[in-house]
Design a protein around this ligand. Sequence first.
Ligand code: ASP
Length: 585
Amino acid sequence: MFRTKTCGELRLSDAGQEVTLAGWVQRIRKMGGMTFLDLRDRYGVTQIVFEESDNHDLNEAANHLGREYVVQVKGKVAERASKNSNLPTGDIEIIASDLKVLNPSEVPPFTIEDNTDGGDELRMKYRYLDIRRNPVRRNLELRHRMTMEVRRYLDSKGFLEIETPMLVGSTPEGARDFVVPSRMNQGQFYALPQSPQTLKQLLMVGGIDRYFQIVKCFRDEDLRADRQPEFTQIDCEMSYIEQDDIINLFEGMAKHLFKEIRGVEFDKPFLRMSWADAMRLYGSDKPDMRFGMEFVELMDTMKGHGFPVFDSAEYIGGICAKGAAHYTRKQLDQLTDFVKRSQIGAKGLVYARVGEDGTVKSSVDKFYDQAALQELRKKMGAEPGDLILIMSGDDAMKTRKQLCELRLEMGRQLGLRDKDKFACLWVVDFPMFEWSDEEQRLMAMHHPFTHPKDEDIPLLDTDPAAVRADAYDMVINGVEVGGGSIRIHNSNLQAKMFEILGFTPEKAQEQFGFLMNAFKYGAPPHGGLAYGLDRWVSLFAGLDSIRDCIAFPKNNSGRDVMLDAPAPLDQKQLDELALAVVEKK
Ligand code: ASP
């Protein structure tokens, strides 16, 4: 046998056994007449001892090993004199009787340790070495366990896992597509799916009333920490259901994952909040509910005191940071700088500290007497020792978003965003449309297949911007981990939706005729949801970036630095595809 044991499994009870191990050289140390080798594989590290007095040649060979050499070792398990309680195998060592170098290694470009000296790009370039490190491997193990649990849960609920094609047609709504030229149909292009949305709906028309797929999706968007050009969704669709059925079933799945993977149990249903409330109270459609600090609207309280900034504002809102009155002038200046940063773009920040005796001192004392400040304190529900932070602006939505950033920052500074605490929330009743300045038209907020709320359907003709949708997102700790909707299953309503979105009937037919035609043949009422697998794994692993739970991720410019992709094609390939590359000036 190549190996009889792994490097992670031997214990004191195995002492005396003859074993064969194989793995990578983690470390070599010479001490007196002995050489110690830490041998590593996926399962752990085992100490191997080469004793000079026993076998000079063997000891010599061990001394010539380098880091990351692949070796096979035979020997006898023995109790260690000095035990290492940090290591599961720390009670034993192997007294080597044979050593075979299976493959030497060059010196790795960074240390294969839990805390490595390698930077992001280097680790991505040599990702296969990075994967040897415990933290990366553990994330992949976690990901595997999660997908196993997803399959187990959905299978138990009667879902069928069905694959949909990766080469599909380009769709104009949504993000930009990655396209693939067709050699056999020159001048024509496939697109990689942004999601299997329409295909899973067609499966519903096909009578598959519970579908899921753990599926790669592709979106050519600008990248951020929680985005990759290709990412994985747990994509689901069901027929003959209502919004509550979907929410309940997938809340069940979330709870199942929490319990099996993190050992966390929730005894209550997840909170549900309308999109309008989420925006009003937190300035975000994905509020972090690990802490409160809700917005309090202060238009009546703060206007009319002669402070020009507030008097001319369209929105004034405050948050109360519990116990933060001790913030120094310097810390408050830093907060002001924070909200003024270009990404946030606020003009400034007003603060008011509630002293231990209940008096309020603010940065705008000039305009507000103590009675007015006590009014403010009452409105904010602030107690002695609290800090009130106020922002204002001439665009309510924009100002709320800025206040949202401040709330998150305060939550962070006050230690309220603990990675081991989970706050789950459904945001429901999203608006059907949002206005796009760039396109100068209404766009679907979720996607064009989303069903408007029945009671809002009449508004489609009179006030489409006010129409709400049967759409829902699941948010955990301020991260949107999934979302979905009830779908339109009536071809006339679908046609109307395209019309509102600015499609001519011809264009709608050309792009989505396949769907509208299918709806003419008895499409059942249906709806679904997709969870973002990468985001779930990073949440459970406590990662800051989804990159760390993907085996071979892309960097922030969308490059695979290991494969060096994307790359130019050679002329022969271009010719076959009838493509020419035009240099941009
Ligand atoms: N296809 C949607 C998305 O990718 C999810 C859904 O509506 O099921 O966001």
